[in-house]
Design a protein. Structure first.
Length: 320
């Protein structure tokens, strides 16, 4: 992998967290290595530090709560009354906040979590073109369930995966567009967890690009991490917190921890994806595999409901 050795050596030899002593060209390095990959509609970035994508999701939830409280005049001591809505087939990580928006199946060790509400995720039938009416009814049913959760809870955010971690399930673009519209109407943060599906794993830079959102429908926050070795989230300007709120004198909860070598690696990864046209190969390989899996489903009946994109393919196995 081609890289600027002098630039790397500068941060390897003198390894200092940028949060403690930012280099003079820090803004330029972020612009060149991180913001070029930003999802549509996202003009801000926050680095969460940590070792896993769960740290990014946890920071996104905390930021959404803080922003919602400030925007709605909720006292700091009452933020604990807020909840985030997750879905019943998701797995956002093993931290307390992430477990609270994840399926119970994602917490086999019964670690502590908040009793936040979970919405039902649409269980679609495949191929989609053959079950359009039934799938639309299923998605509308689940959306009504989400609306009922708003009626009974003080909701600050909704978090959803483009392709669920449990079962590799997904809905149609119409479902996500309606979910986004609902979040905006209710004045809550719409968070898309791309810690597993981002960085080209789906055949697109970001899996939520398959939703084909218009400019006014883009997510408020898109989290990244895991495979990228750099954790954090992109956001639109509505979720930007003022410096005084990010770095309160009494707390370091929102301090950005940035390893500059990881930041450079992140930029180089995106560059290789683009220069070597890896998304094209990802789509071709995935499409071929889906065709073959569908052939197996048709010929043997042992599997059904072949679905997904890129490396995130799934199917149901028959009970035999």
């Amino acid at each position: 992998m081609a890289r600027d050795t002098e630039l790397y050596d500068r941060f390897v030899t003198h390894k200092v967290h940028a949060s403690q002593l930012p280099p003079h060209d820090f803004a330029d390095l972020v612009r060149e290595n991180v913001m070029k990959a930003a999802p549509a509609g996202c003009t801000q970035v926050f680095f969460s530090g940590g070792q896993t994508g769960a740290d990014a999701n946890e920071a996104a939830i905390a930021t959404a709560f803080k922003h919602h409280a400030m925007a709605n005049g909720i006292a700091e001591c009452d933020i604990g009354q807020l909840v985030a809505i997750g879905f019943d087939n998701s797995n956002h990580g093993q931290t307390t906040g992430c477990l609270s928006v994840s399926s119970a199946d994602a917490n086999p060790n019964k670690l502590p979590a908040f009793p936040w509400p979970k919405a039902e995720y649409p269980q679609l039938k495949y191929p989609l073109y053959a079950h359009e009416h039934d799938n639309a009814a299923e998605e509308d049913r689940c959306l009504e369930g989400v609306k009922s959760l708003f009626a009974n809870n003080k909701v600050a955010a909704i978090m959803v995966e483009p392709i669920s971690s449990l079962g590799n399930q997904m809905a149609t673009p119409n479902f996500y567009k309606k979910l986004r519209k609902l979040a905006k109407a209710e004045g809550v943060c719409f968070i898309v967890d791309e810690t597993k599906t981002g960085m080209g794993a789906s055949g697109k830079n970001w899996a939520h690009e398959y939703w084909y959102l218009h400019d006014d429908q883009t997510p408020d926050i898109v989290t990244f991490g895991g495979a990228g070795n750099l954790n954090g989230f992109y956001s639109n300007v509505s979720q930007r917190l003022a410096e005084a709120d990010m770095f309160p004198a009494s707390s370091q909860s929102f301090q950005q921890q940035i390893d500059m070598v990881k930041l450079l690696n992140y930029g180089q990864t995106w560059k290789v994806i683009e220069d070597q046209d890896l998304l094209h190969y990802q789509k071709d390989t995935s499409s071929f595999l889906k065709i073959e899996l569908n052939n197996v489903a048709t010929d043997t009946g042992l599997i059904s409901n072949v679905r997904g994109y890129g490396t995130h393919l799934g199917f149901d196995v028959a009970n035999v």
